[in-house]
Design a protein around this ligand. Structure first.
Ligand code: DON
Length: 305
């Protein structure tokens, strides 16, 4: 397996030059575009990894899977989906247009920024700090890694420049999708996106979902099977944003990307996969990461279609 991973990484390395590191969050613009890494965590407890799999990066939109999970655990699915839809969108992840044109106003799904901000507003706790601490504790449990932390530089960079997200949030407050103090809600969202991980951590998130809500190492059931299945379904329909359709055809695995360059994938009942390479395609997905997953899917026959 290790040889296969090394081979696939080298095969996809050329793609790095075809993408661009995200720069709309200034701190992300400083990432080294030459990096590429992969990790597989399987149901037998094996970890296989290659390339720059130890490199830390921020989790970004991959966090939306677990914040959705916590919001459902806190409120029940019915309440969450009364505020956030279940449908894919052909628009960019930070688009504002459908919030106004679709009535009654509600973000189309929890994987786009508007939906994830609405989800963050539903996490329970005394104040934004304790709400975020609950979310971080959940990440640590799922990744089986107590060292997970927020990258302060990225968090502050997002907070000071995230005016598109601010606009989405204030619009949603105006139309009654979110309630409470907007800056506090945004703070939870900016911090969740700035959690620092490596390929092993995100492979573990994928493994947890592949295992339908049970942490493999501890055997702890964290969430009902149905919730884990709901999240994997969102990964199929919306996880790669407006490239989700072609990703389903080319790769056929539930996956979630982030603008930090990570992609987390869950192969039901088989394995979690974490890939990282910070150069992105025009839709905000890691260009070499996509290539690695495409090859892995073919070589290991992972597509469930
Ligand atoms: O809010 C943002 O724009 C980022 N913190 C997260 C966006 C993201 O990861 C989109 N993913 N491909």
């Amino acid at each position: 397996m290790k040889d296969l991973l090394d081979e696939i990484i080298e095969k996809n390395r050329y793609l790095i030059n075809k993408g661009k590191v995200a720069s709309y969050i200034p701190a992300l613009g400083r990432a080294n575009p030459d990096q590429i890494g992969v990790c597989i965590a399987d149901m037998e407890g094996n970890i296989f990894a290659a390339g720059d799999y130890k490199q830390k990066f921020t989790i970004q939109s991959i966090s939306k899977t677990i914040s959705l999970m916590l919001a459902i655990m806190d409120n029940g699915a019915e309440e969450v989906f009364s505020k956030v839809g279940m449908e894919p969108t052909g628009d960019a992840f930070n688009s504002i247009i459908k919030l106004e044109t679709i009535l009654p106003s509600k973000p189309l799904n929890p994987m786009i920024n508007a939906g994830a901000i609405a989800v963050a507003s539903l996490i329970k706790g005394e104040d934004p700090e304790s709400k975020f601490d609950r979310l971080l504790a959940l990440f640590r449990k799922i990744c089986h890694n107590e060292d997970l932390q927020v990258n302060e530089e990225v968090y502050l960079s997002e907070k000071s420049t995230g005016n598109r997200n601010r606009a989405l949030a204030y619009f949603m407050k105006d139309v009654g999708v979110i309630h409470g103090e907007v800056e506090g809600i945004l703070d939870i969202y900016f911090k969740q996106c700035s959690i620092e991980v490596d390929c092993i951590d995100i492979a573990k998130i994928g493994l947890f979902l592949a295992n339908n809500g049970v942490v493999l190492e501890t055997g702890e059931r964290v969430v009902e099977e149905q919730v884990a299945k709901t999240i994997k379904t969102f990964m199929v329909t919306c996880g790669m944003y407006n490239a989700s359709g072609e990703f389903a055809i080319n790769v056929g695995i539930p996956a979630k990307s982030g603008v930090g360059g990570g992609i987390m994938a869950a192969v039901p009942r088989r394995m979690g996969i974490g890939v990282f390479s910070p150069a992105l395609d025009e839709k905000g997905n890691s260009i070499a990461g996509y290539g690695v997953l495409k090859d892995l899917s073919k070589e290991l026959d992972l597509s469930f279609f």
